[in-house]
Design a protein around this ligand. Structure first.
Ligand code: NAD
Ligand code: MG
Length: 395
């Protein structure tokens, strides 16, 4: 039987890669729904190519333009709007697989809806797990949903883990996780030059082509910090059992070390279609369109420990996870505001961790036991971070 897929965030970098893989296997997959924030033209083209039953634009005005475009071009897709539209398509009975590839906190409500309806959730949106890890994992278990990580490192870890890892890592002979990181474009930039780097320099990732927000997160290494938190929830462990490893070639996507000293790694070209195809077809394997790894031209693999002084966001993330409760929610929200301000040239690159640290100092962490509490702390953190940005006390 064909799998029926909903792609949340279809117009983004992960969404486009997902549609590329799906289109290679029309006999296995049907596209039921595609969603986007406001990129009407791109979603229109995607609707004409993939002919989903539903499309969702978050803004009603954009939804109306998409309806008109579809009418002119003879497309039969029904267009919905708003967060309710996102949740609706992620919950449809006819959908069995949901790609969660919306960027940021906005991805949480429809991703949770997919979990509550027992879907196979392909999780790219790491912010959902950072904001509400406990609640999210509880919903997955309670509703019998299947969670497969798309983030390349977590997908690699999943591939290297024993099948029964949910029994607890120490019970299944896993000693620790080695989470690899490229170190981003500023791994070797003299620290005193970091304050002056521009958004264009920050989004120019050496190995991966990604959306702008996650590219800045890679440059600050907040991305790795969010990934440590993500790994803690996915694999039921703590930051103490996760070693971040700088690996500039981005060929090893992460490793798992066992009690007997064995270290398993997953390697491949840095192309997100590999984890996407893995998670779509799991436990089978399908062609992703990714070329063979040319191990001879790779030739060497380097590893270094991360420098927490150069990358304070990594330290702040680990501290937030150790603090628990809504501290990771506050960290994530302050980061989203700071990154947006940096991309609009309102603050400098090195002000990003300062906005986050000050926000964390000003707001107490609360138990993350309800979505209301999580979103309340998310809003409070956004407000504090926005005031810090506006005050331009930080540059
Ligand atoms: P992107 O910016 O390229 O795309 C984001 C998508 O989300 C777009 O379709 C956009 O229309 C939609 N969107 C944005 N704001 C929205 C809102 N408020 N409401 C609804 N939809 C909204 O981002 P991306 O690089 O594809 O990343 C998507 C997610 O996957 C992020 O959480 C990122 O951390 C994660 N991720 C990405 C990569 C990668 O290689 N790009 C790797 C690992 C994890
Ligand atoms: Mg990653």
């Amino acid at each position: 039987m064909k799998r029926a897929v909903c792609v949340l965030g279809a117009t983004g970098s992960i969404g486009i890669s997902t549609l590329d893989v799906l289109a290679r296997h029309p006999e296995r997959y049907r596209v039921i729904a595609l969603t986007a924030n406001r990129q009407v033209e791109r979603l229109l083209q995607q609707c004409l190519t993939h002919q989903p039953r539903y499309a969702v634009m978050v803004e009603e005005e954009a939804a109306e333009r998409l309806r008109q475009g579809l009418q002119q071009k003879g497309g039969a897709t029904e267009v919905l709007s708003g967060v309710a539209g996102l949740e609706y398509v992620a919950s449809l009975d006819e959908v069995d697989t949901v790609m969660a590839a919306i960027v940021g906190a906005a991805g949480l409500p429809p991703t949770l809806a997919a979990a509550r309806h027992g879907k196979r959730v392909l999780l790219a949106n790491k912010e959902a797990l950072v904001m509400s890890g406990q609640l999210f994992m509880d919903e997955i278990r309670e509703h019998g949903a299947e969670l497969l990580p798309i983030d390349s490192e977590h997908n690699a870890i999943f591939q290297c883990m024993p099948g029964n890892f949910e029994q607890g890592l120490e019970n299944v002979g896993v000693r620790r996780i080695l989470l690899t990181a490229s170190g981003g474009p500023f791994r070797n930039t003299p620290i005193e030059q970091l304050a002056a780097v521009t958004p264009e320099q920050a989004v120019a990732h050496p190995n991966w082509s990604m959306g702008r927000k996650i590219s800045v997160d890679s440059a600050t290494m907040m991305n790795k910090g969010l990934e440590v938190i993500e790994a803690c929830w996915l694999f039921n462990t703590t930051p103490a059992n996760i070693q971040v490893v700088l690996h500039p070639q981005s060929v090893i996507h992460s490793m798992v070390e066992y009690a007997d000293g064995s270290v398993l790694a997953q390697l491949g070209n840095p192309d997100m279609r590999t984890p996407i195809a893995h998670a779509l077809a799991w436990p089978e394997r399908i062609d992703s369109g990714v070329s063979s790894l040319d191990i001879f031209s790779v030739a060497r693999l380097d590893f270094e420990p991360p420098d927490l002084q150069r990358f304070p966001c990594l330290r702040l993330s680990m501290e937030a996870m150790e603090a628990g409760g809504t501290a990771p929610t506050i960290l994530n929200a302050a980061n989203e505001i700071a990154v947006e301000a940096f991309l609009h040239e309102q603050i400098g690159f090195t002000a990003i961790p300062r906005v986050i640290e000050t926000t964390l100092e000003r707001l107490p962490s609360n138990p993350a036991d309800s979505l209301e509490r999580i979103f309340a702390d998310d809003r409070a953190a956004r407000q504090v971070a926005a005031e810090l940005v506006a005050g331009a006390r930080l540059s």
